[in-house]
Design a protein around this ligand. Structure first.
Ligand code: NAD
Length: 500
């Protein structure tokens, strides 16, 4: 199937055909790559090139960090009244919504995701997140504390804490929800008075560049939000730069671990939102068809390219066959296509490289004895599509049950007792999310505390909220995004002790 006419139409509407090479956004203007290197950005539904962006190196990163340092030092942003930072961030949220169709189309063009998902999550929820964090700008607080200092006699002490912006923040983000995850970092950092260098993934840099332009339009001072595009080299340079005081990273566990080591060497602050291998536990008091629908949503949403994707499904034995059959039937009927086609239910994976990786995982599972109950192959004959895939006859020792695939591939396994379900769910290096499917309240409340996960859902999966801290335990990360925790991540606590 050929979707190139849809891509060409969008490119024309967005004016991308005329924009040529896109530079970095530094200090409030476009700056070409210092070494003149560029990266292609492609539409995963067609493989067509949609833009060329800077492939930044340490020199580009240094320019961006300098701009952010200058903006931080000038106090043009952190010196504003919190209510003014709030107002400007709310204006940015309004502009994101006003340019929502354009931003959503850019997201679909570069990542392949469904236009409806880009509208709802990256744009809709993204703008709400900016407003939510804008509200925090006026609510950052410290405490007054009693002390027991008894010396010298006759002297009293007044002690309190204040939260201060940490400084220049590096925000390094992946390609699955490029705009939404960028905003998860940019919005709280700005609300706290920090300045930011944002590095999007090389596959999906376009919405980040547009966001920076919108921030300028909203009235944010130059240098407060900078964007450098590029790959690992740009990311490494950013993490190593001594001007960066905090690194907020979302991506794979391997890269996150390396970032943590580098950051710790110079005691830069860091938070890491990493990979997952999230279990669903379906008890036999649930309707198997409803549970299978939940499981299908849990794994096939965004083509399974979701860090919390429910890629391990454990079903109590009595309903195992029914859930497996219903899930396989749903997988088989999902319609693959371009994210721009409203009839599409599953878009392409982000790149050929990623498609090959997902296919290799499935091939290895086959070799280790897994049974393919649905899908299992590349989908369509052009673009980077993977069929929604359901596997059975898998067990805890297999790579497909241990490794993050980050694609539309789910392993379904039976269990008998509550203890066995908990043990299987926790038998993972990861600990990002889990969900429990049961209407037995007592059982739910007994199971939830035993699950090793940063977030546990009951009778739903993949549901996030701006007010709900988000992050992982074990190899899934360090620190929390969203909610009040995000504000704590972008501020330093200063204790003040006044003798009188
Ligand atoms: P990735 O780790 O390859 O890349 C993420 C970002 O880091 C990109 O911008 C990349 O250019 C940059 N990068 C790569 N190497 C770097 C280095 N050495 N130093 C600094 N930066 C570097 O991940 P990806 O393939 O873009 O995204 C998929 C991964 O992200 C999956 O593992 C997924 O689980 C994870 N993810 C986690 C969450 C979460 O909130 N926990 C959300 C989305 C995605």
């Amino acid at each position: 199937m050929d979707f190139s006419h849809l891509t060409q139409d969008r490119l024309r509407t967005l004016g991308l055909l005329d924009r040529g090479r896109l530079g970095n956004w530094i200090g409030g203007r476009t700056v070409p790559a210092q070494a003149g290197r560029h990266l292609d950005v492609s539409d995963p539904a067609t493989g067509l090139r949609v833009a060329e962006v800077a492939d930044s190196d340490a020199a580009d990163v240094a320019l961006a960090v300098q701009a952010a340092q200058r903006a931080f030092a000038s106090a043009a942003w952190r010196g504003l009244r919190p209510a003014d930072r709030e107002r400007l961030l709310c204006r940015l949220a309004d502009l994101i919504e006003a340019h929502g169709e354009e931003l959503a189309a850019l997201e679909t063009l570069e990542s392949g995701k469904l236009l409806g998902v880009a509208r709802a999550i990256d744009v809709g929820a993204g703008a709400e997140h900016v407003r939510y964090m804008a509200g925090w700008a006026t609510k950052i607080e410290g405490s007054t504390l009693d002390t027991s200092i008894g010396f010298p006699p006759g002297v009293g002490y007044h002690a309190y804490t204040v939260r201060e912006p940490v400084g220049v923040v590096a925000a390094i983000v992946p390609w699955n929800f490029p705009l939404a995850i960028a905003l998860w970092k940019v919005a709280p950092a700005l609300a706290c008075g920090c300045t930011v260098v944002l590095k999007p993934a090389p596959e999906t840099p376009l919405t980040a560049l547009r966001l920076a332009e919108l921030a300028q339009l909203a009235g944010l001072p130059d240098g407060v939000l900078n964007v450098v595009t590029g790959g690992a080299e740009a990311g490494e340079a950013l993490v190593a730069h001594t001007g960066v005081r905090k690194i907020s990273f979302t991506g794979s566990t391997g890269v996150g671990r390396a970032i943590g080591h580098t950051a710790l060497d110079r005691m830069a602050r860091f938070s890491l939102e990493l990979g997952g291998k999230s279990p669903l536990i379906i008890f036999d008091d649930m309707d198997p068809v409803r549970a299978a629908e939940g499981a299908a949503q849990g794994i096939f949403f965004n083509q399974g390219q979701v860090c919390t994707a429910g890629s391990r499904v454990y079903v109590q034995r009595r309903h195992f066959d029914a859930v497996l059959e219903a899930l396989a039937a749903q997988a088989a009927q999902l319609r693959l296509g371009s994210g721009f086609d409203p009839a599409t239910q599953v878009g392409p994976l982000v790149s050929q490289r990623h498609l090959l990786r997902v296919q290799a995982h499935v091939q290895q599972a086959r070799e280790e004895g897994a049974r393919v109950v649905a899908g299992g192959r590349r989908g369509l004959d052009s673009g980077f599509f993977m069929q929604p895939t359901v596997l059975a006859d898998t067990h805890a020792g297999m790579r497909i049950v241990r490794d993050e695939v980050f694609g539309p591939v789910v392993a379904v396994m039976p269990f008998d007792t509550v203890d066995e379900a908990v043990e299987l769910a926790n038998a993972s290096d990861y600990g990002l999310a889990a969900s429990v499917w049961s209407n037995d309240l007592s059982r739910v409340h007994r199971v939830v505390p035993r699950l090793q996960a940063g977030i546990v859902w009951v009778n739903t999966h993949n549901m996030l909220d701006n007010n709900l801290p988000f992050g992982g335990v074990k190899q899934s990360g360090y620190g929390r995004d969203l909610g009040r925790s995000a504000i704590e991540q972008f501020t330093e606590l200063k204790s003040v002790c006044v003798a009188y």
